[in-house]
Design a binder for this molecule. Structure first.
Ligand SMILES: [Fe+2]
Ligand SMILES: [Fe+2]
Length: 159
């Protein structure tokens, strides 16, 4: 997990986390913090292990740690955050020794993390699934106002 350490110590990465925090200071709904990224990484990895998917652990963690890294840009300019995050992820991954094939895999999963899960057995699928399952809707005080429909909300802990 050396390259994961590279990501969490990367200056650009830390700057973006702080920008997300600042952009969401008054947000009442789920935030896009380091905690959310780590929750998503761990859940995606558990899903991968349970399903015997054999997806590289660093690839899973890199995808999850970066999937919302550009959320602040959505607040600033309206650009969809999966597009902003994917572009920022690419520059960080290059600085953290990921090769071009790995970067393509990871940025594709980030690009697709808001779409409906088509295949829950690949990186795209487990990232999108873990992202949603990381949210504790069952304990949320503003769930009545949230734009997630009831079907999307988590009513229990699965992982
Ligand atoms: Fe997201
Ligand atoms: Fe997310």
């Amino acid at each position: 997990m050396n390259r994961i350490r590279n990501i969490i110590e990367n200056k650009k990465y830390i700057r973006c986390i702080k920008k997300n925090e600042k952009g969401e200071k008054n947000r009442i709904y789920c935030k896009h913090t380091l905690e959310h990224f780590v929750d998503t990484a761990r859940i995606a990895y558990i899903i991968s292990l349970e399903k015997g998917l054999n997806i590289d652990k660093e690839i899973i963690y890199a995808s999850a740690l970066l999937h919302d890294i550009g959320k602040w840009k959505q607040y600033e300019s309206g650009i969809p955050h999966e597009i902003a995050s994917s572009a920022i992820a690419k520059t960080i991954l290059l600085e953290c020794d990921f090769n071009s094939e790995e970067i393509s895999l990871i940025t594709e999963a980030i690009d697709n993390h808001r779409t409906k899960v088509e295949n829950p057995f690949d990186l795209n699928g487990i990232l999108a699934l873990a992202d949603k399952l990381s949210r504790n809707c069952f304990y949320c005080t503003v769930k009545g106002k949230c734009n997630w429909n009831d079907e999307k909300k988590n009513t229990s802990i699965y992982f």
